[in-house]
Design a protein around this ligand. Structure first.
Ligand code: SD4
Length: 290
């Protein structure tokens, strides 16, 4: 049986869901749970797609994208943010302390310093070396490659039944300088409507933006689809615009107001982590291509 609270996130980020659960279990709210949950991956240098230790763009600069959304439909986002370890917390400050939704680049960085965030070198020894290697051929490809897709999108429903979501990434490795993906775009990489549910995405952001993927999935749930059915429809919508194309991965996951969850992806390999009263598990996800 479905119980509340629930925390889910892209991929198998068990430390992130465990952190979110710690907040939810004590009766904490979904917004704090998703923020603190994704912060675990932002701080983890071994995750090379999020926060500190994220891989740089093709000029060698690590630029971060993140957004957060609460039960009242408030949202905050930062795009192309450099030198800050926890973009999700800056996004939350944008949501709570400004009349705006998105801050970009230098302005976002300046805002973060004003809010007390410390300047941090996001490049690690490992990502610096990998970048030097990559530069020899400078080949940009959005191939289906699990290492290139470790963005964390997290959704939670708390004991009050309120839903919140967060999404944070360094984007596609070796992207063109200035490129922003789906992850900080409300409706694309993340969407929450507390009446219905929430959805989030990982994978090639351009394709998620083109279909406003997470908003689409929440709207499909509003029309009566389960989280699972809605994620399947979301991926199918993308594949319809990309007939025969097999060179990219996208994974969606969703939660509804009852706490039911689901996910779907383009290629095998995507999973989502789920923490409920019934246990803490890595959920296998069906794919469009088998
Ligand atoms: C992006 N969706 O910037 C992100 C990349 C991603 O795991 O999901 N990586 O397009």
């Amino acid at each position: 049986a479905v119980t509340k609270p629930v925390a889910i996130c892209t991929w198998n980020f068990m430390n992130a869901t465990a952190k979110a659960w710690e907040v939810l279990e004590k009766g904490g709210n979904a917004l704090d749970a998703v923020e603190q949950g994704v912060m675990v991956e932002e701080a983890d240098v071994s995750n090379e797609t999020v926060g500190v230790g994220g891989r740089p763009d093709r000029d060698g600069n690590v630029t971060l994208d993140a957004c957060i959304m609460d039960k009242d439909g408030n949202c905050g986002s930062v795009v192309y943010l450099q030198n800050i370890a926890h973009p999700i917390s800056v996004a939350r400050k944008v949501m709570e302390d400004t009349p705006h939704i998105i801050l970009a680049g230098k302005g976002a960085e300046q805002f973060a310093y004003e809010k007390g965030f410390k300047k941090t070198d996001l490049l690690t020894e490992s990502t610096r070396k990998q970048y030097e290697e990559w530069k020899k051929e400078s080949k940009y490809e959005t191939v289906i490659n699990i290492e290139n897709h470790d963005t964390i999108g997290m959704l939670a429903i708390d004991t009050n039944g309120d839903i919140a979501g967060a999404c944070t990434t360094s984007g596609m490795a070796y992207k063109v300088a200035g490129r922003v993906g789906d992850s900080p775009i409300i409706g694309a990489g993340l969407y929450v409507d507390n009446e219905v549910g929430g959805a989030t995405a990982t994978g090639v952001g351009e394709e998620v933006i083109r279909t406003v993927g997470s908003f689409l999935i929440v709207e499909l749930m509003r029309q009566g689809k389960s989280p699972q059915e809605a994620c399947e429809e979301g991926v199918k919508r993308i594949m319809k615009k990309n007939e025969g194309r097999e060179d990219f991965q996208i994974g969606f996951l969703a939660i509804n107001k009852q706490g039911e969850t689901g996910g779907y992806c383009v290629h095998p390999g995507f999973t989502y982590r789920e923490y409920t009263n019934n246990g803490h598990e890595n959920q296998p996800v069906e794919s469009f291509y088998k």
